[in-house]
Structures are given as structure tokens and as C-alpha cells.
Design a protein around this ligand. Structure first.
Ligand code: SF4
Length: 115
């Protein structure tokens, strides 16, 4: 998760001044070859995205979360979000009793205080 955030920031910054996540969607070049048709959002990604408030409002289904993430997540990261978050969701950000004490996102995570 931290790696994903860092990669997103790095990619956004590499595009120059004024280029934010939305600008990344228009990025031409080799990264386009790795773009997925849609972000792969399963229950792990759905849960973690909501806990980290990666959606503007709480979403009720993985499909709703996918649409919300695709509004801001750079398209070239759509293919890797699932692989990055599933293991994290299986080992740390568990559905019940997440291991917040062992999570590197604890200080940043809005949900950590309420779980
Ligand atoms: S701090 Fe807790 S709820 Fe937040 S991402 Fe980490 S494990 Fe999940």
C-alpha cells in the first residue's frame, strides 16, 4: 500500500507541474501498454480502499469501489492495485481484527482509530 502510494506520487510528479492523478490518465507512451481495461477490485481492495478513504464516500460494493478508484487512480496502476492489496488484506488489513499495530499505514489510516 505504501509502495502504491509512493509509485502514484512518483508517476504524477514525473509528468511535470500541474499534472495530478487525472493528468496521468492521458499519459502517452510505453506505460499505456500495461494499462488494464478496468481496475481489478475484489473484496480486499474494496475493504482497504474504504478504510483508507480512497473513495470520496463510503462504497457498498467492489463494483462501486472500482468506479470510485478509477475516477482518480492513474490508469497505468489499475492492473497492479489488486496484486498489491490482496496480500496486504490477507495478512495485515484483515476483514475482522485488522493488525493495525503491525501496519505501516497506521499513522495515516483514518480507520485505524475506530477498529
Ligand atoms: S491501519 Fe489498520 S485498518 Fe488501516 S490499513 Fe492498516 S491494517 Fe488496515
Amino acid at each position: 500500500m505504501t509502495a502504491l502510494s509512493a509509485r502514484m506520487l512518483t508517476r504524477s510528479r514525473s509528468l511535470g507541474p500541474g499534472a495530478g492523478p487525472r493528468g496521468c490518465r492521458e499519459e502517452p507512451g510505453p506505460l499505456r501498454r500495461r494499462e488494464a481495461a478496468a481496475a481489478a477490485v475484489d473484496t480486499h481492495v474494496h475493504r482497504i480502499a474504504n478504510r483508507l478513504r480512497w473513495t470520496k464516500k463510503a462504497t457498498k460494493s467492489p463494483e462501486e469501489t472500482r468506479a470510485a478508484l478509477e475516477e482518480w487512480l492513474p490508469r497505468e496502476l489499475w492492473h497492479e492495485i489488486n496484486g498489491l492489496l490482496v496480500g496486504f488484506g490477507q495478512q495485515t488489513c484483515l476483514p475482522v481484527h485488522p493488525r493495525c499495530h503491525a501496519c505501516l499505514n497506521q499513522a495515516l489510516c483514518p480507520a485505524a482509530q475506530g477498529l
